[in-house]
Design a protein around this ligand. Structure first.
Ligand code: B12
Ligand code: SF4
Length: 521
């Protein structure tokens, strides 16, 4: 008899790499799988799941009749929506529900207040084992990575958290994340659609590695690294052949792809890996691509090769120009010189779009700290863009414990176990405005420093005596530069399209095949 299908739900994430990996693994093991992408990601106006969207979900579950539903809880930022969906499913159906993802891995106990099961960590194997056990009514209690509630003879239940299996060291063994459309649905804006929302996307998103070598205090990557202690190497790389193979398959399936987005926490920087990657990418893919980078992992030889292969955009985390904040609060060891050197390399190698990421206006930061960030920004070579955001105190992150321990202002730091409405949480990440006018003043100077004329103006104001008039003028100037930021955004988009079109034209002429490569043979 055919087994019931499975339904995996991704929240606010139509790319949902993790869910697509699970889908690949389940399909390979003979399961029927459906995937629902529930709501789009919208950092400006994040929206809870609407009642009519829950009704659409109900109709879908009735139609598909899954034997197990998996909720992907990658972030605590939208936990509210996950709990709403979970409660709704529990009221309407008696289908077991399993949670997985970063948040579920960190807090299996709290998640089991809602879910029947939690699977911790990377789950390509564990989801297959749990699905077999649940659908075939077999014993699940010994499954590695699983957490569940065990009923007690005396009544009630206790939480059992099983050990983790070793981390998959050969990432090439995993199926490519799946992009087929006939088993996918999306719900957004009170409507349901059939098909993969990424099917005609102009970007393709993938990862060449898993893990990160760093230990930033505000990031949950270190919680995962600690959780996996003793389970094998945490930072792992795919082979170049596997990455290129995935991209070729994606390009064959979707002719609209114009840009490739690598979501590696830090893009691989190993010289021989990048040399092989650059030459094969240039020969067989060629489209402009984007990466995330770290100041301590930027080398001239690597960046020049990658730019030659099509590297278009680099987002490098600087996070603060204050050595005190970086070292003592964020636990980042790079010096001002390291940062300036990395920026110089990006500039010298003519990376077309250079973006620096900063976390500003948080309770640890003094006026002197933010003034140092401004100073650093004035030393960065142009052109560059700034991505400025606030600090989110994720439950379980080291910085959250630090904030609670130092009692730095209970209004500013949410209780580590508390989560709020999605809109409020996002405000504290992107939109937080300090109540301290001088902090806002420095923030505006930092913002201005990314534009050539803005830098001149910021220097002028920084050099004049501070009065309420000059402070107001700087705050106002920041607003006046918003259209310039918009224009720059459109310029980069257009440039990207032109680059991409020229690569496509070459491909159409057979240009790609004309280039020889020898690596990997
Ligand atoms: C790439 C990335 C992104 C990409 C996502 C691209 C994509 N294709 O999905 C982008 C930039 C879009 C993004 C956005 C956000 N991200 Co992000 N992101 C990451 C990053 C670096 C890697 C995630 C990834 O792709 N991993 C590779 C895949 C294969 O692994 P995975 O997703 O974890 O999935 C595996 C397991 O978790 C598990 N699993 C996953 N889902 C399920 C479901 C079930 C049922 C089961 C059983 C198992 C399971 O099995 C999967 C396969 O092994 C992580 C850091 C990290 N180490 O996880 C942060 C991270 C997950 N992001 C984070 C955050 C905060 C966000 C945002 C909220 C940022 C923002 N302010 O808007 C948004 C939220 C997006 C969303 N709706 O989920 C935080 C979450 C922390 C927290 N406690 O909330 C992390 C941990 C980074 C950090 N700063 O600490 N992110
Ligand atoms: S470098 Fe990025 S991914 Fe790595 S620990 Fe720091 S913030 Fe997290």
């Amino acid at each position: 008899m055919e087994r019931d299908p499975l339904l995996l739900i991704a929240f606010y994430n139509k790319k949902a790499l993790g869910v697509r990996y699970l889908e690949g693994s389940l399909i390979k093991s003979g399961f029927r799988v459906y995937v629902l992408f529930l709501k789009n990601f919208n950092s400006r106006r994040p929206e809870p799941v609407r009642p009519e969207e829950l009704l659409l979900l109900k109709g879908l579950v009735r139609r598909l009749k899954p034997g197990l539903i998996g909720l992907s809880v990658m972030s605590s930022l939208y936990l509210d929506s996950v709990v709403t969906v979970n409660s709704f499913l529990k009221e309407e159906f008696s289908i077991p529900v399993v949670w997985g993802g970063v948040y579920a891995s960190m807090f299996p106990g709290s998640c089991l207040e809602h879910a029947d099961f939690v699977l911790r960590g990377e789950c390509e194997e564990a989801i297959v084992e749990l699905s077999s056990a649940v659908l075939e009514g077999k014993d699940f209690t010994g499954i590695k990575n699983l957490a569940f509630k065990q009923p007690l003879q005396t009544g009630g239940s206790k939480i059992v958290i099983n050990d983790l299996r070793p981390l998959c060291q050969d990432l090439d063994k995993l199926e490519y994340p799946i992009s087929r459309s006939d088993n996918k649905f999306y719900i957004e804006g009170g409507r349901i659609g059939l098909g993969d929302p990424m099917a005609d996307s102009v970007s393709y998103e993938l990862s060449a590695s898993r893990g990160c070598p760093f230990m930033c205090s505000y990031c949950c990557s270190i919680n995962l690294k600690r959780m996996y202690a003793g389970c094998g190497k945490y930072l792992r790389f795919r082979s170049v052949a596997s990455v290129i193979g995935e991209l070729e398959e994606a390009l064959a399936n979707n002719r609209s792809i114009k840009v490739i987005h690598f979501w590696d926490e830090i893009f691989p920087d190993d010289s021989s890996w990048t040399a092989a990657f650059a030459s094969q990418y240039k020969a067989r893919i060629g489209l402009p691509f984007e990466i995330w980078a770290h100041p301590l992992r930027i080398k001239g030889s690597t960046i020049s090769r990658l730019v030659d292969a099509g590297l278009y955009k680099v987002v490098m985390g600087i996070q603060s120009g204050s050595p005190r904040i970086r070292k003592d609060i964020f636990h980042r060891s790079e010096t001002q010189e390291d940062i300036l050197e990395a920026a110089k390399i990006l500039h010298a190698n003519k990376v077309p779009q250079i973006v620096y990421d900063f976390i500003l206006r948080h309770p640890f930061e003094s006026e002197d700290d933010i003034a140092q960030t401004y100073k650093l920004c004035t030393c960065l070579e142009k052109p560059f863009e700034l991505q400025l955001h606030g600090l989110n105190f994720f439950p379980g992150a080291d910085i959250t414990a630090m904030a609670v321990k130092r009692d730095i202002g209970i209004m500013d730091v949410p209780d580590p176990d508390r989560t709020g409405r999605i809109g409020d949480i996002y405000k504290s990440y992107w939109g937080v405005k300090s109540s301290n006018r001088m902090i806002n003043y420095w923030y505006s100077l930092i913002y201005l420093s990314q534009f050539r004329t803005g830098l001149l103006l910021s220097r002028y104001f920084n050099g004049t005596e501070r009065s309420s008039l000059t402070v107001n003028a700087v705050l106002m100037l920041q607003k006046l530069y918003l259209p310039a930021a918009r224009m720059r955004y459109l310029y980069y988009k257009l440039e990207l399209l032109i680059r991409s079109a020229s690569v496509r034209k070459n491909i159409a002429k057979g240009g790609r095949q004309a280039v020889q490569y020898n690596e990997g043979k």
